[in-house]
Design a protein around this ligand. Structure first.
Ligand code: ADP
Ligand code: MG
Length: 259
């Protein structure tokens, strides 16, 4: 049975009529609207160049929109954002502990004070035994785990992830997908995820927004029941196949004549 809430809570953040034009004349987004719901796993799915990274950067406050409004339900949420990029972007000369400490260090939290939180974040991503390792000693999957720990160490309410697993092999990617879902269950963090993998988007998300090739127009919006367990049974199910077909069709339609 599905229980529908009569008056949904105000969105965590609402983007209204967002435009983002660059100096070279490219309009990455034009009239982009998004209501982000607390607790959801939202994926932005779309062809390369459609404005996904731009949307994340605007939500993170790393860039300013050239038009429209971004309304936060409360300012604390706007300050509590973690960001994971496609590249782990670890400092190569710093060990894992120092890399994960970095956001707290920048906020003025000394190493000794931060240590319990750094170690907690490392334990959550399965890197408890690697705090003294240097990035070059880690596998690709472990580097990404360290980047996720660094994003979680500030205990963000919102985690923005820009194609975080795109460079990983499939086995590692599946492991990280499962571990990310477990982390989300444990922490209750709202996640906005960017991928161009249809399968990954369906496996992870409670909602997928498929974007057009240009300007951020929404070509399809797919809701996926949050109560469905995300496991191998789901991956093998007829429902999973149906959702993937729909997301694929949206992506093909979005890419249009550019394919
Ligand atoms: N700093 C920038 N200056 C000029 N154009 C940019 C800049 N950043 C992104 N773009 C352009 O904006 C469009 C959307 O980019 P992006 O948000 O990175 O897309 P996606 O992440 O979906 O691949 C692309 O055409 C890209 O070339
Ligand atoms: Mg991008």
């Amino acid at each position: 049975m599905t229980i529908r809430v009569a008056t949904p809570a105000a969105p965590l953040v609402a983007l209204r009529g967002i435009g983002k034009a660059f100096a070279n004349g490219v309009a990455a987004l034009d009239g982009f609207d998004l209501d982000l719901r607390e607790g959801e796993f939202l994926t932005l799915l779309g062809p390369s160049g459609c404005g996904k990274s731009t949307a994340l950067r605007l939500i993170a406050g790393l860039a300013e929109p050239s038009g429209g409004r971004i309304d936060w339900r409360d300012e604390n949420a706007a300050q509590a954002i973690g960001f994971v990029f496609q590249e782990p972007t670890l400092l190569p000369w710093s060990d894992v502990f120092a890399n994960v400490h970095l956001p707290l260090r920048l906020a003025g939290v000394a190493r000794e004070t931060a240590a319990p939180r750094v170690r907690e974040a490392l334990a959550k991503v399965g890197l408890a035994d690697f705090e003294s390792a240097l990035p070059r000693e880690l596998s690709g999957g472990m580097k990404m785990r360290a980047a996720i720990a660094r994003a979680l160490v500030t205990r963000p309410r919102l985690l923005l992830m820009d194609e975080p697993f795109a460079a990983l092999d499939e086995v590692t990617r599946f492991r990280l997908n499962d571990d990310l879902l477990a982390l989300k269950r444990e922490l209750g963090t709202t996640i906005v995820f960017v991928t161009h993998s249809v399968y990954e988007s369906v496996y992870l998300s409670t909602r997928i927004i498929a974007l057009a090739a240009r300007g951020g127009a929404v070509v399809d919006e797919i809701e996926i029941d949050a109560h469905v367990a995300r496991d191998e049974e789901f991956r093998a199910s007829a429902e999973f196949a149906r959702l993937c077909r729909r997301a694929s069709a949206a992506l093909r339609g979005a890419a249009g004549e550019r394919l």
